[in-house]
Design a protein around this ligand. Structure first.
Ligand SMILES: [Ca+2]
Length: 202
């Protein structure tokens, strides 16, 4: 009976995952000890997260206020670095574990797609994911090649974008300046369970 119930719970969790898709972007300034202060955001709440403890002033975490659907939606975040240096931009999905999951169980994938980042006030590369480097990953980015979506008719801009989840992000180091506002406009949509693209915008 218990096995059957567990199976039912797993199926129930899998069916709901695409509906739980949300923006999760972190800005990590710990390596260069760059303090980060949040500024204006749209459709997203961003702060220095308490779970980062005594490093939280070097870290920002942004989550969308509502879930995102299978159509592209635009978001905006901005922050002010308090020192010169590099910060790591981390594009991922929300942390998720079903309420009834055992403590030892790992969090589960909620896949989210990102495209067409417009970054002002910082030096960044290939923010539309249209350029590929010699090692086969989108130029300027670190991430799993399997998370690259190429030649897609449903890209928000161009032909490429990325799909990521909490434990499989795409990241890039961007160069920032003390006191200079950094703003990032970007588009996000949900991807089906298991990272499968279920619906196009066309
Ligand atoms: Ca693109």
């Amino acid at each position: 009976m218990k096995r059957v119930l567990t199976f039912v719970l797993i199926i129930a969790a899998a069916c709901c995952m695409a509906e739980k898709a949300a923006v999760r972007i972190d800005i990590d300034g710990r390596a260069d000890q760059i303090e980060l202060k949040t500024d204006v955001c749209q459709n997203v709440a961003m702060d220095n997260p308490g779970w980062m403890g005594d490093k939280k002033q070097f870290y920002l975490s942004a989550m969308s206020k509502a879930t995102v659907g299978s159509y592209w939606k635009e978001f905006f975040i901005s922050f002010i670095p308090q020192q010169d240096g590099k910060v790591r931009l981390v594009l991922m999905g929300p942390w998720y574990k079903p309420e009834k999951a055992e403590k030892a169980e790992k969090n589960l994938p909620i896949w989210v797609a990102y495209d067409n980042l417009e970054i002002m006030g910082a030096e960044a590369q290939n923010t539309d994911f249209e350029l590929e480097s010699v090692n086969g990953v989108f130029d300027g980015w670190n991430g799993d090649k399997a998370n690259m979506v190429k030649g897609a008719s449903d890209a928000q801009s161009g032909k490429n974008y990325i799909k990521v989840w909490h434990n499989s992000p795409f990241t890039q180091e961007i160069t920032v300046q003390k006191g200079k506002l950094v703003s990032i406009k970007f588009s996000v949509k949900a991807i089906g369970d298991d990272g499968v693209i279920v619906q196009s915008n066309l």
